[in-house]
Structure formats: structure tokens, C-alpha cells
Design a binder for this molecule. Structure first.
Ligand SMILES: Nc1ncnc2c1ncn2[C@@H]1O[C@H](COP(=O)(O)OP(=O)(O)OP(=O)(O)O)[C@@H](O)[C@H]1O
Length: 338
């Protein structure tokens, strides 16, 4: 059954824990968001906020048995992934949902020709023969703008530039025409010009093929250029969720405001833009502060922030924040469940 909400992905109450010698550490807590058909949805936050872990949890790639993923629902276009078997998930991965990583070299086998690797999902999911796979990879190389695509089919990964490798990885991600592509910092390892080309390519593919994309980045510039909706993550939670215009026009969580305020205005340097700095550090997830996780770094902290975890408050349509500054008075006084 197709998802009646028009969302390709709906995630509700995703939690991921790691078991360790000193007890469990919850690295994701109560993650809920949607990805509409053909939309680009951003996950943004500092290093360690849980962006990659969200992607790995959705893909079923969290290392087992230490990592444990649970969710009320992870609905991928009508397929419930929260209760699917590992075999079922293997069928989905690469076919309905694919991922592009930061550094393609680590995901490519150095001793196999590029076309064989890019075409691997077709062999696994569609059982195609070598000839048909090679033809389809050639089409994909043309689609993602690899110059001299025919000559590049038989290349080995090290014979391609970083930008071409990332194009090849995007071709691999899209080869089975997935409903959802998760791109985890897909351009971080690339120079600025190649970065812009790859981002433009992803936008074009969204427009032409209609793929929905989750874009993981700590670059707010990429969020502004690429995304329709944004989820701001902090210490394993989504702290603000909004469409991209509301987020930049009317940031509501002090963490989002801090990220935006630390983007240099005029002499905008790429480095500074990628690493906004808010005083203090992301907390150790094994030793979270009491109350609000952002409280020790928050310039607006109030007494309640010390004792109680903030509720999620709807600010306007599709804009919500996890912060006591915006909570309704009755939620504050009655101790509404979070
Ligand atoms: N195998 C693991 N075991 C225990 N904890 C882990 C493991 N992998 C990641 N974590 C923890 O999960 C948290 C979230 O990490 P994650 O990689 O998702 O952050 P991120 O926002 O993607 O950061 P970055 O931008 O640096 O990639 C971190 O606190 C990290 O230490």
C-alpha cells in the first residue's frame, strides 16, 4: 500500500542505543520526521549530533549486536521498516533506498572495475546479465555527467578524480531508481568547484527523476541552497524542524540561532561556514546534563531548562522546536508528557 500522506518516508520515534561495558548509551532519541515525494530534506548539526547515525539506522546498517535500533514506525512508501526482517531490509537497500557516503574511495573496491561496482545493485536486485548491466551503467554515467562515459566504464576507482568517483557513487545509488537517496556529506571531501557541480547534479536528478533526498551536512550554505525542509540535530535529538525559509527567517531554537549567527556575513569563508562555532561542546551522550541537553551552552536558559527535558512545541504549520522558550504555559505548569 502506498503511503497515503504523500511522504516517501515517515519516521516516528526512532531510537538507537549502543550497549557498552558501562551501560547503554542512547545516541538517537525520539527522532521523527517526514520526507515528501521529490523533496530534499536536510539533517544539519555539529559533529556527533547523530546525523550519520540517523542514516545508518534507517538503512539498517548500525553495527550489531552492540547497536540496537527501535522505532514506532519507519514507513518507506508503504513498507514498514521498523518491523522488517534483515532479509527484507537487504532487498530494500540499494533498490528502494540507497546511500551516498562522504568519501567514495572507502566504499569502492580498488581492484574491481567501476562499471561492475556501479552495476552491482542491478545484479543483486534485478538479476540482470553483464551486457545489460554494462549498458545501463553507461546510461547512468551519461545521466550523472561523467565525460567520455564509455571509456570510463573499465576504469579502476583510482583512475577517476574525486569528483568523478562521487558521480559514479551517485550513479550507483540511483541505478535501481530508489524512492529515497540518503547523501551523507556527499561533497565534504571535494574542492569547492566540484562540490558545487555535484550539488547541482543532485538537484537536477531530483527535478528529472523525482528522487527524494535526505541531505546530511554541517554546512548551512548547502542547506540553504539545496533543501526544502530542514531538521536541526543536537546531541541525538531533532531540536528544530521547519521549511528552509522559516528556518532562516525565523529560527526558534537557541541552537539554530547560534548556528546561524556564527556564519560570517560578509567575508564568508568556506571553512568558517562549515564549522560554525557556538561556545562550549556537544555533551557526552553517556553523561547528558539534566533537563535540556543544550542548556549548558544556551544563552536563554531558564530555571525549568535545568530540571525538565523540553517538550516539542508546534510553532506554526510544519515548524516545531524542542525548547521551553516556546512551550505553551499549560505544558510548563502541568508537566505535559514529552
Ligand atoms: N559504533 C559506535 N558505538 C558507540 N557510539 C557510537 C558509534 N558510532 C557512533 N557513535 C556515537 O553516536 C553519536 C552520533 O554520531 P554520528 O556519527 O551520527 O554524528 P554526526 O552528526 O554524523 O557527526 P559527523 O558530522 O562527525 O559525522 C556520537 O556521539 C558517536 O560517538
Amino acid at each position: 500500500m502506498a503511503n497515503p500522506s504523500g511522504n516517501v518516508l515517515s519516521v516516528r520515534e526512532l531510537r538507537t542505543e549502543f550497549r557498552g561495558g558501562r551501560g547503554n548509551v542512547r545516541v538517537l532519541d525520539d527522532i521523527s520526521f517526514d520526507v515528501g515525494r521529490g523533496r530534499i530534506v536536510g539533517l544539519v548539526g555539529e559533529s556527533g549530533s547523530g546525523k550519520s547515525m540517523t542514516a545508518l539506522s534507517l538503512m539498517g546498517l548500525v553495527p550489531k549486536p552492540q547497536g540496537q535500533v527501535s522505532a514506532k514506525s519507519i514507513n518507506l512508501d508503504g513498507i514498514e521498516l521498523a518491523s522488517i526482517s534483515p532479509d527484507g531490509l537487504r532487498q530494500i537497500r540499494g533498490r528502494d533506498m540507497a546511500m551516498v557516503f562522504q568519501e567514495p574511495m572507502t566504499s569502492l573496491n580498488p581492484v574491481r572495475k567501476v562499471w561492475e561496482q556501479v552495476g552491482e545493485p542491478l545484479r543483486i536486485h534485478q538479476g540482470l546479465g553483464r551486457r545489460a548491466i554494462r549498458d545501463r551503467v553507461l546510461e547512468m554515467f551519461e545521466l550523472v555527467g561523467i565525460p567520455e562515459p564509455k571509456a570510463r566504464l573499465d576504469a579502476y576507482p583510482h583512475q577517476l578524480s574525486g569528483g568523478l568517483r562521487q558521480r559514479a557513487m551517485i550513479a550507483m545509488g540511483l541505478i535501481c531508481e530508489p524512492k529515497l537517496l540518503i547523501a551523507d556529506e556527499p561533497t565534504t571531501a571535494l574542492d569547492v568547484t566540484t562540490q558545487a557541480q555535484i550539488l547541482r547534479l543532485m538537484q537536477e536528478l531530483r527535478d528529472r527523476v523525482g528522487t527524494s533526498i535526505i541531505m546530511i551536512t554541517h554546512d548551512l550554505g548547502i542547506i540553504a541552497e539545496m533543501c526544502d525542509e530542514v531538521n536541526v540535530m543536537y546531541a541525538g535529538q531533532i531540536v528544530e524542524q521547519a521549511n528552509v525559509f522559516d528556518l532562516f527567517e525565523n529560527p526558534s531554537h537557541p541552537y539554530t540561532r547560534g548556528l546561524l549567527a556564527s556564519i560570517p556575513k560578509s567575508t564568508e569563508s568556506r571553512i568558517a561556514r562549515r564549522m560554525p562555532s557556538i561556545p562550549g561542546m556537544v555533551p557526552n551522550l553517556a553523561r547528558l546534563p539534566s533537563g535540556c541537553r543544550f542548556r549548558p551552552r544556551c544563552t536563554d536558559a531558564m530555571a525549568i531548562c535545568q530540571t525538565r527535558e523540553p517538550a516539542v512545541t508546534d510553532l506554526e504549520k510544519d515548524h516545531r522546536a524542542r525548547c521551553w522558550l516556546h512551550a505553551r504555559q499549560d505544558a510548563i505548569s502541568q508537566g505535559e508528557p514529552l
